[in-house]
Design a protein around this ligand. Structure first.
Ligand SMILES: [Zn+2]
Length: 341
C-alpha cells in the first residue's frame, strides 16, 4: 500500500496495526536499531504474538509506545496517528469535537489525545539566538483572551492585582484598556530563516520584553517593532532598531511587522475557530502548536508535504526532533537516511 498523502489515506494506512507500529518505530529509532527504553541495550527481539520487544539485557518487555506520549494509553495507534496527522496539518487547528467525529473516539478522549500530542510538539528550549549582523527580525506582541466586560469576576480580580504590582513608569501598551485582562504573547520572527518563536509572557512589564530580545536575538540584528516605547532603551545600544511608522507604512518597505501579524492572525483563527475558551494556563501549548505548523509550512526552499509535516511531528512526540533536512536525508551527520513509512 502506498504511503499516505491525505488524511483519508492516512486513516486507511494506519488502520493496519503493524504498519502503525513500523512507522512509529522508524521515527523513534532512526538508524533502524531498536534500543531498550529501560537500559538502552540493543539486540531486543520481537515477540510477534505480543507485538512487543523483549530486551536481552534487562529482560523487560516494551511496546513501541513505551516512553513516548503514547505510553500507558489504551487508545490504539490507528487512532493516535491520524489524530497527529490532523494536528500537524490542519492550518487552523483542530478541535476535540472534530477528532471525536472523524475518528470515532469520545470527545473527552479526543481532548486528552490532543493535549498529549501538543505536549509532544511543544517548542524545545532554544539552543541558539536568532538573527545576527545583517539579518532582520520582527518583534511584536499580541493579546489573547476575552474582553474585560465578559471576564469572570475572579479572573478580573486576579488581573487587577497583577496589574497593580506594576509601577506606572513601567507600564506599556500592555496595561492599557484595549489589552485589559488579556494574556500577552510575544513573537520574534526571523525573516531570513522564516521561523517564528512565540512565548506567552508572564509579566506585563517593559523589562520582560527587553529581556526576551536580549536572550533570543543576536546583537547587531536589525529589529523591527511597531511600538517604540516598550523597546527603545535596550535596543538602541545593541541592535539596529526601526519602528514601524503607522502614519506612513510605505516610507520604508522593509520596516514592518507583517510577517508576525500573519502569524497572529493564524493563531487567533485557530483559537477562535476551533477551540473553546483557552485558559491562559494552557495557552502556551496552543501557541507552540501554531508555531510548529508555521515553522514547518511549505516554502520554496522547504517544499514540505502533509506527510513530511506528520513525520516531523511524529519525530517530536517520540523525542527525536528531526529537522526537515534530516527527514528528507539531505543532511545526515551520522550518514543515515531515515526511511519514513
Ligand atoms: Zn533493557
Amino acid at each position: 500500500m502506498e504511503s499516505p498523502r491525505t488524511l483519508q489515506s492516512a486513516i486507511l494506512f494506519f488502520s493496519d496495526e503493524q504498519r502503525s507500529i513500523d512507522t512509529v518505530a522508524r521515527m523513534r529509532w532512526i538508524d533502524g536499531v531498536v534500543r531498550c527504553p529501560f537500559c538502552d541495550a540493543t539486540g531486543a527481539y520481537w515477540i510477534k504474538t505480543q507485538k512487543r520487544w523483549k530486551c536481552r539485557e534487562c529482560r523487560e518487555q516494551f511496546s513501541v509506545k513505551v516512553k513516548t506520549v503514547f505510553e500507558d494509553s489504551p487508545i490504539s495507534l490507528s487512532k493516535w496517528l491520524p489524530c497527529l496527522w490532523m494536528l500537524a496539518n490542519c492550518k487552523n487547528g483542530v478541535s476535540s469535537w472534530e477528532i471525536h467525529r472523524s475518528l470515532g473516539v469520545s470527545q473527552k478522549t479526543a481532548w486528552f489525545m490532543l493535549h498529549r500530542l501538543r505536549l509532544g510538539i511543544q517548542a524545545p528550549q532554544p539552543q541558539f539566538k536568532m538573527g545576527g549582523s545583517g539579518s532582520e527580525v520582527e518583534v511584536d506582541e499580541t493579546f489573547i483572551g476575552a474582553k474585560a466586560k465578559n471576564m469572570h469576576r475572579a479572573r478580573k480580580l486576579r488581573w487587577q492585582q497583577e496589574r497593580n504590582k506594576i509601577p506606572n513608569s513601567q507600564s506599556t501598551r500592555m496595561t492599557n484598556e484595549r489589552t485589559y485582562g488579556k494574556t500577552p504573547v510575544m513573537g520574534i520572527l526571523d525573516r531570513t530563516e522564516r521561523k517564528v518563536r512565540a512565548n506567552v509572557i508572564p509579566a506585563v512589564k517593559r523589562e520582560t520584553l527587553q529581556e526576551q530580545i536580549l536572550n533570543q536575538v543576536e546583537r547587531g540584528t536589525t529589529i523591527y517593532t511597531d511600538d517604540a516605547v516598550s523597546y527603545e532603551k535596550a535596543l538602541s545600544k545593541d541592535y539596529v532598531h526601526a519602528v514601524v511608522n503607522h502614519l506612513n507604512r510605505y516610507v520604508d518597505g522593509r520596516v514592518h511587522t507583517n510577517g508576525l501579524e500573519n502569524f497572529w492572525s493564524l493563531l487567533k483563527r485557530s483559537l477562535h475557530g476551533s477551540y473553546v475558551a483557552v485558559e491562559p494556563f494552557h495557552l502556551h501549548r496552543y501557541v507552540d502548536e501554531q508555531a510548529f505548523r508555521y515553522n514547518n509550512r511549505a516554502t520554496r526552499d522547504n517544499p514540505l508535504t502533509d506527510s513530511d509535516r506528520f513525520l516531523l511531528a511524529l519525530s517530536q512526540v517520540t523525542g527525536k526532533r528531526l529537522t526537515y533536512a534530516e527527514l528528507t536525508g539531505k543532511v545526515g551527520d551520522d550518514g543515515t537516511t531515515p526511511v519514513p513509512f
